[in-house]
Design a binder for this molecule. Structure first.
Ligand code: 3HC
Length: 292
């Protein structure tokens, strides 16, 4: 059964990006947010991203209007009842995701795929909470969603071949490259990326080098697009901490243990770019490293 109608639950940083790429891929997209304020913020994110793409001549003004014309918004969960796939990008709380899929389970037809964009929670626990575990899959996108080419397609032991194939085809139809991962915390990318970021923080704690020099080292020495501290601030230090804690809980290996500095920074609200402060201060023309 071909996917035509796409539902996106949650229109934050990831949900808005997913809605945008789905609309760019020609799908009929319905975004559900909890209230009108969240709808307006989500709409603003999509419009802002398209404005950026237009400015950089990635799309034309007609493309932008067509894309916006394919995205509708709702605050009613019942409106998602006719979707062929629903991708959730709500807060990283298992109970919230389970409640959402539990409600949709009673509303959507049998063929509807339930996809989660979770970065670290267990997809199997979401599958176990619904009557259609064979139709539950992880579709893990990367930030910024309109730019990053990868989607991790996460299979649980219950995900059917059909769901996996339809999910891969869907990712390709969004212009993304899928890779398949088993349902283990961190999947492929975060399992490698998060310990790297944690190691950079440990290096800083040990006084090996400054924030700027560690960042410069990885950008100029290895050709990474961002150094590890710029990346931590970009991903969000609260998000990185949460993923690290979940991975440590799963594997009990020291490489996933969050360094105390990361925990202290999160305690003080230094979440990174979205908070205006993280390892860098973003209030000026260019980011300035902050004391840690
Ligand atoms: N729509 C379409 N294209 C866009 C766009 C948009 N909204 N915004 C930017 N672009 C394009 C630009 O046109 C440009 O394309 P070009 O190279 O063909 O000209 C390209 O994207 C790069 O954009 P910019 O020039 O504005 O910015 P930079 O060159 O500084 O790159 C970056 C920004 C893409 C974010 C780059 O620094 C990067 O790749 N950083 C690493 C990001 C990363 O690692 N993400 C993964 C995080 S981990 C994660 O998400 C998992 C989660 O679970 C934690």
């Amino acid at each position: 059964m071909k996917i035509q109608k796409v539902g996106v639950a949650g229109c934050g940083l990831m949900g808005s990006g997913i809605a945008e790429v789905a609309a760019k891929g020609g799908f009929d997209v319905l975004v559900r947010e909890v209230d009108e304020r969240a709808v307006e913020a989500g709409r603003g994110r999509i419009e802002g991203s398209l404005a950026r793409a237009l400015k950089r001549e990635k799309i034309t003004a007609e493309d932008r209007d067509e894309v916006l014309g394919r995205v509708r918004f709702t605050t009613e969960i019942e409106a998602l009842a006719d979707r062929d796939i629903v991708i959730e990008a709500v807060i990283e709380e298992l109970a919230v995701k389970n409640e959402l899929f539990g409600t949709l389970d009673g509303l959507c037809p049998d063929h509807t795929i339930f996809a989660t964009n979770t970065s670290s929670l267990t997809v199997s626990e979401m599958a176990a909470a619904v009557e259609r575990p064979d139709r539950v899959v992880g579709l893990h996108f990367f930030n910024p969603v309109p730019v990053m080419k990868l989607v991790e397609v996460v299979r649980t032991i219950a995900t059917s071949d059909e769901t996996w194939e339809r999910s891969q085809a869907f990712a390709r139809a969004l212009g993304k490259e899928p890779i398949t991962a088993g349902d283990r915390s961190g999947f492929v990318v975060n399992l490698l990326l998060v310990p790297y970021m944690l190691d950079a923080i440990r290096q800083l704690e040990r006084g090996v080098a400054s924030i700027e020099d560690i960042d410069k080292g990885m950008v100029l020495g290895c050709g990474y697009p961002m150094g590890p501290f710029t990346l931590c601030d970009f991903v969000g230090n609260d998000t990185t901490l949460r993923i690290a804690d979940i991975m440590f809980d799963e594997y009990r290996e020291s490489r996933y243990a969050a360094p105390p500095l990361l925990r202290r920074m999160v305690a003080m609200g230094r979440y990174g770019r979205k908070a205006g402060k993280g390892f860098y201060d973003y209030s000026g023309e260019r980011p300035v490293p902050l004391p840690v």
